[in-house]
Ligand binder design. Structure first.
Ligand SMILES: Nc1ncnc2c1ncn2[C@@H]1O[C@H](COP(=O)(O)OP(=O)(O)OP(=O)(O)O)[C@@H](O)[C@H]1O
Ligand SMILES: [Mg+2]
Length: 183
């Protein structure tokens, strides 16, 4: 994938398919340590231990009774190929947490890309699902919580042009400015 933001979209789509009602996306940056991490956590249906063991490595098994895709393996590879790490935890009936850590300056690191655009798309296109998105660095911290927006907006959908424009600007000012063009 050309942009890590598209990996984030892919992984979050898994959470949506899992019936999540609240999805947390966190981008934590430590410029001084030349690392950042992406964490996607949901309260969806989760996976049992056997499924969990298979999902990050589709080539280690010959069992084909369940669909195994490439979203998680690609996300894992994107992190590990930079000398970073990957971790997935899941509990059946409780939810799933996917974590990837990157070395910023590594030659194989894929650019973050349009993270703000992906967040805007996720937030506006998924009525009935709440998102808490945080971006943190040593210098600043920003958060978007759709539950807070809903409290103010009531029944006004996020797809209303004025609302969408407001959210777009909010993402730009509170989340994207924290890393600017640096990732
Ligand atoms: N957050 C999640 N909650 C519950 N199950 C999950 C979650 N993420 C992944 N899974 C399970 O792991 C499988 C593999 O996910 P992965 O993203 O690698 O591939 P996929 O979604 O099946 O296909 P694609 O290649 O289109 O992403 C999913 O089909 C799903 O069964
Ligand atoms: Mg997927």
């Amino acid at each position: 994938m050309r942009e890590l933001a598209l990996n984030v979209l892919d992984i979050t789509e898994n959470s949506l398919s899992a019936g999540a009602k609240l999805i947390r996306i966190a981008l934590d940056i430590r410029f001084s340590a030349d690392t950042f991490s992406i964490c996607i956590e949901d309260d969806g249906c989760g996976m049992d231990a056997e499924m969990l063991a298979r999902v990050t490595d589709p080539f280690t098994t010959t069992r084909t009774t369940r669909k195994v895709g490439m979203g998680l393996p690609l996300f894992k590879y994107s992190a590990e190929s930079t000398g970073g790490r990957f971790d997935i935890r899941s509990e059946k009936g409780k939810g799933t947490r996917v974590y990837a850590e990157y070395r910023i300056g590594h030659i194989d690191r894929i650019p973050l890309g349009d993270f703000g655009g992906v967040i805007l798309q996720l937030v506006t296109m998924n009525t009935g699902v709440d998102f808490v998105v945080t971006v943190r660095s040593e210098e600043a911290e920003g958060e978007l919580d759709t539950r807070a927006f809903r409290e103010v907006l009531g029944d006004v959908p996020f797809t209303e042009p004025e609302v969408r424009a407001y959210i777009k600007e909010y993402i730009q000012e509170n989340l994207v400015t924290i890393y600017g063009g640096r990732l």
